[in-house]
Design a protein around this ligand. Structure first.
Ligand code: NAD
Length: 487
C-alpha cells in the first residue's frame, strides 16, 4: 500500500486551527479512475463555518500586526514543506483528481513559485503621501488588510487555484477560510492546511472547510467575511457576485472560458498543431484556459485538421496511477455525459468526427471535429473535455469576429510568422490574456492573470495585482493640533 493511503492526522477531519471532527460528518475521497476509496475528509456544518469565521476574525488582528518579515517567513516555510512533500502532493493529484503525474508535479512547482511571490508581497503593500490643501496636514494613503477572506476553489487545479488566493491573502495580513471542492478536498484543502500547520502559522489564521454549495453559500453570506475570492464556473460566479453585490462585499471572480486558438495562413503549421494538442488535451481539457475553439484559415484548414487528428490518435488514455498515459479520466460521470452530449449533438448537426468521440467509462478519447459552425454546441459552450472543434475562416476580420462572439474572454492564442501581425490581432481580441505562437494555457505567478467579459469580474492575480485584490486602501490625514472650524 502506497504511503499516501496511511491514515494521516487530517483524515476525516476539518481544519479550524486544529484537526477536528466536523459536525457534518465525513466524506469519502474517491479515485475517479477506479472508484477506489482513498481516504476521507471532514465535513463542516454551518455552525462550524460560523465558529471558524469568529476564530479567524480574532486571529487576523495579531497576524496582521506581526512584522511583515514574520508573515513572509511562515509562507516561505510552508512553501519549503510543499516542495519537500512534492511526491505526496503529486500522488494525491493523480489519485484524487485523475491528473497525469507530470501535471501533479507541475502544479506543485507553480504553487511553490506562487508562494514565494506571495511572501515577497508582504513588503510591497506600500502607499503614497499626498500633498494637502490644509496647511500643515499630511495625507497618507495606504493599504490595509480586508480581514477574513473566504476562498472558494475548483477541482481541476485544486492546489494552485486555492493557493493563488490563500497565499497572497495571508501574506497581506488577512485570515482565510478555504472551502475546497469536495472532489479535490485533500489536494486542494487538507494538504494545504498541513503545510501551514507545519510552518507554524498561528492557530485560527487559516481554516479549511471542505463542502458543497450549501457551505459555500453560507460562507459568502457571512457578514464577517469581508471578501470572497471565487474560482469556478460562470453560473456559480454570477450567483456569488449577486450576493456579494447585495451585501456590498468585495468579490473576486475567476470564471470559465471558451478560448480560441487562431491559426493564420502564414503560421508554422506543425508548431500550431503541437501547441493545440497541449492546449486542448492537457488534463483532459478540464482547464479554464483550454483551447476550446480552433479557428483556422481556409488555406491551411485541411492540413491542420489532418495533423491534429493524427496527434490526437497517438495519445494514450488510461489510469494515470498505473499506466504511462497522456490523458487520465474525466472527473465524474456527469462531466462525461455532458462532453459526449455536446460532441454527439454537433456531429448530428453536421460536424465531421476525425478522431475520438468515444469513451470507456470516464476515459474520453481525444476528439477532433472538423466543419464546426458557430451555431453548434461545441462552439458555443465551454466543453471542459478533450475536444478540439475546428472552424474555418477566410479573413482576419472574420477570425476576430468569431473569437469575440463568445461572452467569455479568458485566454487566446494566435499563430503567425509575423509577430507584428500577432500583436495587432491580440489587441482586437476581447480576452484577458493572449499568447502569440503558443497555446492559451499559460500562467506565471508574477504576471497579472484574469479574464474579461463572462470570464471574471475584472480582478487580477499575480504580482502587484494581488495587492489590489487582497487589501483595501485607507486615507489617513494628520495635523499636529486640532483643526479649527467656523462652528
Ligand atoms: P463550480 O462553479 O461548480 O465549483 C467551484 C467551487 O464553487 C466549488 O468549490 C463548489 O463547491 C463551489 N460552489 C458550487 N456552488 C456554489 C454556490 N452556490 N455557492 C458557493 N460556492 C459554490 O466549478 P467547477 O466545476 O469546480 O470548476 C470548473 C469551472 O471553473 C469551469 O467553468 C472553469 O472554466 C472554471 N475555472 C476558472 C478558472 C479561472 O482562473 N478563470 C480556473 C479554473 C476553473
Amino acid at each position: 500500500m502506497n504511503a499516501i493511503f496511511q491514515p494521516d492526522r487530517w483524515h476525516g477531519k476539518i481544519y479550524n486551527g486544529q484537526w477536528a471532527q466536523g459536525a457534518g460528518g465525513s466524506a469519502d475521497v474517491v479515485d475517479p479512475a477506479t472508484d477506489a476509496v482513498l481516504g476521507s475528509v471532514g465535513l463542516p456544518s454551518v455552525a462550524d463555518v460560523d465558529a471558524s469565521v469568529a476564530s479567524a476574525k480574532i486571529a487576523q488582528q495579531s497576524w496582521a500586526a506581526l512584522p511583515f518579515t514574520s508573515r513572509a517567513s511562515i509562507i516561505r516555510a510552508a512553501a519549503d514543506r510543499l516542495r519537500e512533500r512534492t511526491d505526496e502532493f503529486a500522488d494525491w493529484n493523480v489519485r484524487e483528481c485523475g491528473a497525469i503525474r507530470p501535471k501533479g508535479q507541475w502544479e506543485v512547482g507553480i504553487t511553490f513559485d506562487q508562494m514565494q511571490q506571495a511572501a515577497g508581497l508582504t513588503s510591497l503593500a506600500n502607499g503614497l503621501v499626498y500633498p494637502s490643501t490644509v496647511p500643515g496636514r499630511t495625507n497618507i494613503w495606504h493599504r490595509v488588510p480586508i480581514g477574513v477572506v473566504g476562498v472558494i476553489s475548483p477541482w481541476n487545479f485544486p492546489l494552485f487555484l486555492a493557493m493563488r488566493s490563500v497565499a497572497p491573502a495571508l501574506a497581506l495580513g488577512n485570515a482565510v477560510i478555504l472551502k475546497p471542492d469536495l472532489q479535490s478536498a485533500v489536494t486542494g484543502g487538507s494538504l494545504i492546511a498541513s503545510i501551514f500547520e507545519e510552518a507554524g502559522l498561528p492557530e485560527g489564521v487559516l481554516h479549511v472547510l471542505p463542502g458543497g454549495a450549501d457551505i459555500g453559500e453560507h460562507l459568502v453570506q457571512h457578514p464577517d467575511v469581508g471578501m470572497i475570492s471565487f474560482t469556478g464556473s460562470t453560473p456559480v460566479g454570477r450567483k456569488i457576485g449577486e450576493t456579494c453585490g447585495r451585501m456590498l462585499k468585495k468579490v473576486s471572480l475567476e470564471l470559465g472560458g471558451n478560448n480560441v486558438h487562431i491559426v493564420l495562413p502564414d503560421a508554422d503549421l506543425d508548431g500550431a498543431v503541437n501547441c493545440a494538442t497541449w492546449g486542448t488535451f492537457l488534463h483532459q481539457g478540464q482547464v479554464c484556459m483550454a483551447a476550446g475553439r480552433h479557428l483556422v484559415h481556409r488555406s491551411v484548414a485541411d492540413a491542420y485538421a489532418k495533423k491534429l487528428s493524427e496527434k490526437a490518435d497517438g495519445l494514450a488514455v488510461g489510469d494515470p496511477s498505473t499506466d504511462r498515459v497522456h490523458l487520465g479520466p474525466l472527473i465524474n460521470d456527469r462531466q462525461v455525459q455532458r462532453v459526449h452530449a455536446l460532441v454527439t449533438e454537433s456531429t448530428n448537426a453536421g460536424a465531421k468526427l476525425l478522431s475520438g468521440g468515444q469513451h470507456d467509462k470516464r476515459f474520453y478519447r481525444p476528439t477532433v471535429l472538423a466543419d464546426v459552425t458557430p451555431d453548434m454546441g461545441v462552439f458555443q459552450n465551454e466543453i471542459f473535455g478533450p475536444v478540439a472543434p475546428i472552424t474555418v475562416f477566410d479573413t482576419e476580420d472574420e477570425a476576430i469576429e468569431l473569437a469575440n462572439s463568445s461572452d467569455y474572454g479568458l485566454a487566446a492564442s494566435v499563430h503567425t510568422a509575423s509577430t507584428a501581425r500577432g500583436l495587432a490581432v491580440a489587441q482586437r481580441l476581447k480576452t484577458g490574456m493572449v499568447h502569440i505562437n503558443d497555446q492559451p494555457i499559460n500562467c506565471e505567478p508574477h504576471v497579472p492573470f484574469g479574464g474579461m467579459g463572462a470570464s471574471g469580474s475584472g480582478g487580477r492575480f499575480g504580482g502587484q495585482a494581488s495587492i489590489e485584490e487582497f487589501t483595501q486602501s485607507q486615507w489617513v490625514s494628520v495635523v499636529e493640533r486640532a483643526t479649527e472650524y467656523p462652528f
